[in-house]
Design a protein around this ligand. Structure first.
Ligand SMILES: Cc1ncc(COP(=O)(O)O)c(C=O)c1O
Length: 430
């Protein structure tokens, strides 16, 4: 690595916070100078095969000509204008596409600047809906344990109370309700214990519950847990039975990752409010959206407080909307289902041998997501550089070594990632 990079990395270490790290004991960071296709190029010239899609986002790989062209084209007319009192073609086109590709009930779109903010907006929508119905006491949410919905205060408050950040901010976080999470070993049944617990919490607290919020089928950052279609269906039935709204957070699962365009499609259900983000722009720019049904939108609009109280500065940023339009067009025209199922089959086959390692508790695959769960938490200070030595970019956390590669990955590159996962797992000293 050229000398000036040593100085830059040192500056970084002293002054810049990276996600979930300590400035006093930072884990190593690797300077990256470019990314193309499924490869990240480090400053020292090494190339890494990307297993992370930059946290579920870069589904088409990096530096994609169609996405680059969309940004360049948009840049020529305007990079940003405020959305208060103005509108523009990229936002209108993107709303149209989102309405077209999601369930028919979802007809209204609020653009947010990140996934967490779209969750905040979803929570506000749900609460404001009930205020508009004269039920201002309905201000709590019901969710399941092991969830993750983002790092802002509203989103943190509905994320897992034990493996999240609740202990640090307990006195200030809104007090929501948490039911048992469904058993992730049970991919076919609906886990009757978990659903009974869910119904009990819902029934006992109905007067104060505005909505249920869930990540459909895959709980991501809260533990990479997969749960059954049957459980999700039951949750929808119970939301209908007790008349509460259902917010589905598809920020991680959306745009094909679990094998269907949206995970909720597998349960043949619809959300009242839907959050999307991450892969929305193909990983180019930060953009998310909260969609809702006419019942919710007009419920709020016909109420005593008809204005939805949110309006970020960079709402519907035209560059982000333009690249999202290009990314969705690329996705729907591509054989993404076949790609995702090919990745799934390969992950299943190639990760399975890990199961016999002493360090391994479970191996599971859903769509283009492959997970090795360990008995003990990973030592990131050792494991991260080891993956880099092996020529792949995999970012483990907690007890998990997991991957969700770009959909365009070729089998040989995916094998490189799975071999590195096997190798690293075999080197863990328990
Ligand atoms: C399911 C889910 N919801 C919300 C978020 C938060 O999104 P963002 O990091 O864009 O704020 C994430 C991020 O990992 C997520 O996985």
């Amino acid at each position: 690595m050229p000398n000036n990079w040593d100085a830059l990395v040192d500056f970084d270490k002293q002054h810049i916070w990276h996600p979930y790290t300590s400035l006093n004991h930072p884990s190593p960071v690797f300077p990256v100078i470019s990314a193309t296709g499924v490869r990240l190029t480090l400053a020292d010239g090494r190339e890494l095969v990307d297993g992370m899609s930059s946290w579920w986002a870069a589904i088409h790989g990096y530096n994609h000509p169609a996405l680059n062209a969309a940004v360049e084209q948009q840049l020529k007319s305007m990079s940003h204008v405020m959305f208060g009192g103005l509108t523009h073609q990229p936002a209108i086109d993107l709303s149209q596409t989102l309405i077209d590709i999601t369930h028919d009930d979802l007809q209204h779109v609020f653009f947010a600047d990140s996934g967490s903010v779209s969750v905040e907006v979803a929570i506000k929508m749900a609460i404001q809906y009930w205020v508009s119905q004269g039920q201002a006491k309905k201000q709590r949410l019901l969710t399941i344990k092991n969830g993750y919905h983002g790092d802002t205060f509203g989103a943190m408050a509905v994320s897992d109370p034990d493996n999240g950040m609740h202990h640090l901010f307990d006195n200030i976080l809104a007090k929501h309700l948490f039911a048992k999470s469904p058993n992730y070993g049970d991919q076919h049944g609906h886990d009757s214990d978990a659903i009974e617990d869910f119904e009990r919490v819902l029934k006992d607290n109905l007067a104060s519950i505005a909505a249920v919020i869930l990540e459909p089928l895959v709980q991501g950052a809260g533990g990479m847990r997969f749960y059954s279609v049957a459980y999700l269906k039951k949750v929808r039935e119970l939301c209908d039975k007790y008349n509460v709204l259902l917010i589905l957070d598809e920020i991680a699962t959306g745009f094909g990752r679990t094998g269907s365009l949206f995970a909720y499609e597998q349960a043949n259900i619809v959300a009242d409010i839907l959050c999307v983000g991450k892969a929305l722009t193909g990983g180019y720019l930060s953009l998310a959206a909260t969609l809702c049904s006419s019942k919710v939108a007009h419920g709020i609009g016909n109420g005593k407080h008809p204005t939805l109280m949110h309006g970020p500065t960079f709402m519907a940023n035209p560059l982000a909307c333009a690249v999202a339009n290009a990314s969705l067009s690329l996705l729907v025209k591509s054989p993404w289902q076949q790609r995702v199922s090919t990745i799934a089959a390969q992950l299943k086959q190639e990760l399975e041998p890990c199961r016999s390692e002493r360090a391994v508790k479970d191996v599971r695959v859903k769509g283009a997501i492959g997970v090795i769960e360990l008995h003990k938490p990973v030592n990131i200070h050792w494991m991260q550089p080891r993956f880099v030595e092996l020529g792949v970019w995999v970012r483990p956390f907690a007890h998990l070594i997991y991957v969700m590669p770009p959909y365009i990955i070729e089998p040989a590159d995916l094998s490189r990632i799975t071999s590195a996962m096997l190798q690293v797992t075999s080197e863990i000293h328990q």
